[in-house]
Design a protein around this ligand. Sequence first.
Ligand SMILES: Cc1cc2nc3c(=O)[nH]c(=O)nc-3n(C[C@H](O)[C@H](O)[C@H](O)COP(=O)(O)OP(=O)(O)OC[C@H]3O[C@@H](n4cnc5c(N)ncnc54)[C@H](O)[C@@H]3O)c2cc1C
Length: 389
Amino acid sequence: MDSRTVALIRTTFKSVAAEDDGPEKLARSFYAILFTDYPQVRDFFPAALDAQRDRLVKAIAYVVDRLEEPERLLPFLAQLGRDHRKYGVVAEHYAAVCQSLKSALAAYAGTELWTDEVDRAWDEGINIIANTMIGAAEQETTPPVWTGTVIEHREVLRNLAVVRLRLDQPMQYAAGQYMSVQIPSRPRMWRYLSPAIPANANGELEFHIRGVTGGWVSPAMVGHTRVGEQWLIGSPLGGLGVPRNTRRKLLMVGCGTGIAPLRAQLMAMTARRSNPKVDVFVGGHYPCDLYDLEVLSQLACANKWLTVHPVTESNENPWWHFDNGEEPPEFPGLEPRKVGQIGKIVAGHGSWDDRDVQIVGAPSMVQTTKFRLMAAGTPTENIRHDPLF
Ligand SMILES: Cc1cc2nc3c(=O)[nH]c(=O)nc-3n(C[C@H](O)[C@H](O)[C@H](O)COP(=O)(O)OP(=O)(O)OC[C@H]3O[C@@H](n4cnc5c(N)ncnc54)[C@H](O)[C@@H]3O)c2cc1C
């Protein structure tokens, strides 16, 4: 795609995104056109579309921002295409979505902005996206969806559960990747979760799940999951993973359940003969939020290359935390816990300019930590994180 085509696509999309309610209006218009012109696709979507609308616009923005980086964008789209097989979508559904998106954008942009040249630019962009997704889906030989039976559900914190599943057949995924998950009580509401252990021959998965207040799905996963129920799991996604280069040092920063994909990578690294130095900063609001310190302590004690730095925003547990009045357990092999904002603490250690960096957690924490590190001198191209939608 040439730079003029990219510029035309970006300008029209930015004109939508720049307005306060632009993304919301665009998404509403897109779904209205799609379901009116192609009612047969309605069943692919959940009944309530509010969370879906937000994700749609963020996903388009993500792609539009990377149009000039095909080496990163095309593998991402191919993964998305393989994942979309779980809906049972075929080429004609892609055509319906593409046409509806273009109609919604054209209506929003108005005749002054939506010229013939802009129309052709969007055609070119949308075709590349759809063909990459369709091509990857058609070539894939793994199942479009896996079934996982819940074998354990443990609430490790108020509002945070560890769920273990056994898949009907093993799945190959790289430690650090994530996948979309659907639970029986929330049909068609797929949510991304990151396995906290590497892929294994028994097809076991472990997810760490925080219940988001007001969320449609995560509170049900945390509060109502029963052993024996069956979850559906889509194809693995994402570019985080253990680097092949065993000499390049690593910095990992994870908050809350963001520790899951980092811990999976650390576990995968323990199986290698040599590893570079790795510093992991694990964060939470309160000391009690650091629910996985025991495992991190075991990993740090057994592996000299690993240093784990616990960080919390508050030095005390909240009043509602029930602690039996006992002293909190001491875990060996960890650095002393620091108190403060995690991005500030990590950046306060230096520029980390010799490190490959991964940041995982809530979108606001990922952005803040990234900016702090960039300001401290970490080259942007060394910092990786998952898409924030
Ligand atoms: C790549 C990736 C990997 C992920 N891995 C995990 C994981 O391993 N474990 C895990 O628990 N979650 C993970 N998530 C988040 C998860 O996919 C859901 O977004 C989250 O559980 C909320 O879903 P929900 O249906 O409960 O909320 P929704 O109904 O989708 O959203 C309800 C409201 O909550 C807001 N919201 C959504 N997520 C958050 C959040 N994290 N913090 C604050 N507000 C939020 C929304 O903007 C919306 O306003 C991951 C997300 C991504 C993008």
